[in-house]
Structures are given as structure tokens and as C-alpha cells.
Design a protein around this ligand. Sequence first.
Ligand SMILES: C[S@@+](CC[C@H](N)C(=O)[O-])C[C@H]1O[C@@H](n2cnc3c(N)ncnc32)[C@H](O)[C@@H]1O
Length: 208
Amino acid sequence: MIAEAVTRHLESLAARRPAVLEEMEVAAKERDFPIIGPAAGQLCYLLARLTGARRVFEMGSGFGYSTAWFARAVRENGGGEVHHVVWEEGLTSEARTWLAKLGLDDLVRYHTREAVSALSEQPGGFDLVFVDIDKDAYPQAIRLAGEKLRAGGLLIVDNALWSGRIFDEADRSPATEGVREATRLLGEAPWISTLAPIRDGVFIAMRA
Ligand SMILES: C[S@@+](CC[C@H](N)C(=O)[O-])C[C@H]1O[C@@H](n2cnc3c(N)ncnc32)[C@H](O)[C@@H]1O
């Protein structure tokens, strides 16, 4: 949905990222694995730094690329924990290798399981929750994030534009309806939110 030139320009603003992150981007491209990419990664890193996040819960972590951006911010914020959650065992072990290579492994707690149920078992008070799971589960994930974030905590949700499918009225698929319902939920209390049109769209919401 976003002009290619704008995306390339935004990616160039994340130029000072560690070389290992660039290696992870190459690895994702080689197997066509969907990662948030450098422009949205830089946004996540900036927001996590700005808010001084020390306890972060990720829902849908893949092989650890988005985790790396959050863990980097948490380290610079003085240390804490970043929960990596994905239901594929292979991705958890790959993430362990990449995050160790980045020297961030000690901050990460790994969960190989369904993400909504994993968060439901955690004590609340998170500073930041990130959502990038199957889109039909977005409403459930957002409702639970509202319970598990501290007041003033930050929610970041990827794929807010869903490649434009949200604008196609004929598309009534569970995934597209999930993103539409997420949009509606984030427009209501307790959220103060906006959508940053970076890559596939990123919701940024504060639990007021
Ligand atoms: C889009 S990828 C995550 C990419 C990652 N956030 C990044 O940018 O590096 C989503 C991953 O979460 C997994 N997933 C989807 N829904 C899930 C759920 N409800 N619980 C756990 N994992 C889930 C998918 O199988 C996939 O491995």
C-alpha cells in the first residue's frame, strides 16, 4: 500500500542497525519468511526506548527478528525481559541462535506455544506488548493485552493495513475481519491509538 520509494527511504533511516539484523533480513528473504523489516523494526526500537520498556511480551515472534529490536531497546533501557512466543519449535531454536549471536539471549524468555494462552498465564504489569500472530486472533490478543499492560503501557500491532484487504468490502475472511475488529477495538477506551503507515501498517496504542 505504501509507495516503494517511501519504504526504501524509511529503511535507509534504520541504516545504523547491527550487521546481524541485516543477516536476519537476508535469511528471511531467502525463505520468504514475513518479518517486520527494518523500517517497522526501527519504529518498535524507538518506541521501546522512548517508553523505557523493561518488560516486553511478544505474540508471534518468528525466528527472533522483531525480538532482537525489542531486546536491544530493553538492554539500553537498563535490562529486563523480552518474551519470545511462537508455536513452531524450529523457530524457537533458530531465535536462540540469532539472539545469542547478538549478545541479547540472556534477556529473552522463550515459549514454544500458542501466544494468547501464553500471555494469559503471565502476571500483568507489562510495559509493552507486541502482536504479530494470525490475524483472526487479533481481537482476542488485544483484549488480553489490555489486561496485561500496566496503565500507560504500550501496545504495538503489526499488519494494520493488511495489504489493503481491510478496504475490500467483499473480503469477509476471518483474517481480514480480525484486523477490522482490531481497528475498531483500538478506537475505543482504554486505548489511545494511531496507525503508522509504515510497511504493512503498525498500530501504536497506549493503555490509558
Ligand atoms: C509474521 S510471523 C512473526 C514475525 C516476527 N514478528 C518478526 O517480525 O520477526 C508470525 C509467527 O507467529 C506464528 N503464529 C501465528 N499465530 C500464532 C499464535 N496464535 N500463537 C503462536 N504463534 C503464532 C506463525 O506461525 C509465525 O511463525
